[in-house]
Design a protein around this ligand. Structure first.
Ligand code: SF4
Ligand code: SF4
Length: 182
């Protein structure tokens, strides 16, 4: 606003002040009655698309320790270790290092059991870098179901061996009897 030099300028300045105040308040008034759109993160979160590449999660029960995901990772983020008991697995380790991970999703596609996924969680904050080597296991050792299956398989195996031993003993006895008769 320029300093008024004439009466016309003086009234023009008054008009400009009133008009610009009105224009500004019109915008304010338009939003005054609307619901606020600010999201109060972290108490509130915007919906995340299904294909978002966030922190991984593992459906451990389905995993067969085939290493396909670890081999597909271009920067060797994934480490895993499990002891095999027949068909069952005793889990020792399954970690993913987020100090290196670039969220490329290449580890997800080759999984034959569709059990490693990129989730929608993204907040991963720590003062300790070692915590970024994230443990994806939900349990260590064998699952309860796997233990039951293993016990059943062991019982079946023991039964088969017992039957086999009995048959062998019966065959040996029959052979002995034949030898005695001859
Ligand atoms: S998202 Fe990419 S970088 Fe991260 S673990 Fe999977 S393959 Fe490796
Ligand atoms: S590719 Fe799938 S099944 Fe194989 S070790 Fe990785 S997560 Fe498990």
């Amino acid at each position: 606003m320029s300093a008024p030099t004439t009466a016309r300028d003086y009234f023009q300045n008054i008009w400009d002040s009133l008009y610009t105040t009105y224009a500004g308040m019109k915008v304010t008034g338009k939003y005054l009655m609307q619901k606020p759109i600010t999201v109060q993160y972290p108490d509130e979160r915007l919906p995340i698309p299904d294909r978002y590449r966030g922190i991984h999660y593992l459906e451990q029960e389905k995993c067969i320790n085939c290493l396909a995901c670890a081999r597909a990772c271009p920067i060797d983020c994934i480490e895993m270790d499990a002891i095999r008991h027949g068909k069952e697995l005793e889990w020792v380790l399954f970690t993913l290092d987020y100090q290196k991970c670039m969220f490329c999703e290449l580890c997800v596609y080759p999984c034959p059991k569709d059990c490693i996924h990129m989730g929608t969680e993204f907040a991963f904050v720590s003062y300790d870098r070692s915590e970024f080597n994230h443990d994806l296991l939900s349990y260590r050792g064998m699952s309860r179901e796997a233990r039951i299956r293993k016990r059943e398989a062991d019982i079946k195996k023991a039964e088969k061996e017992a039957v086999k031993a009995l048959k062998a003993a019966a065959a040996a006895e029959a052979a002995g009897n034949e030898g005695g008769e001859g």
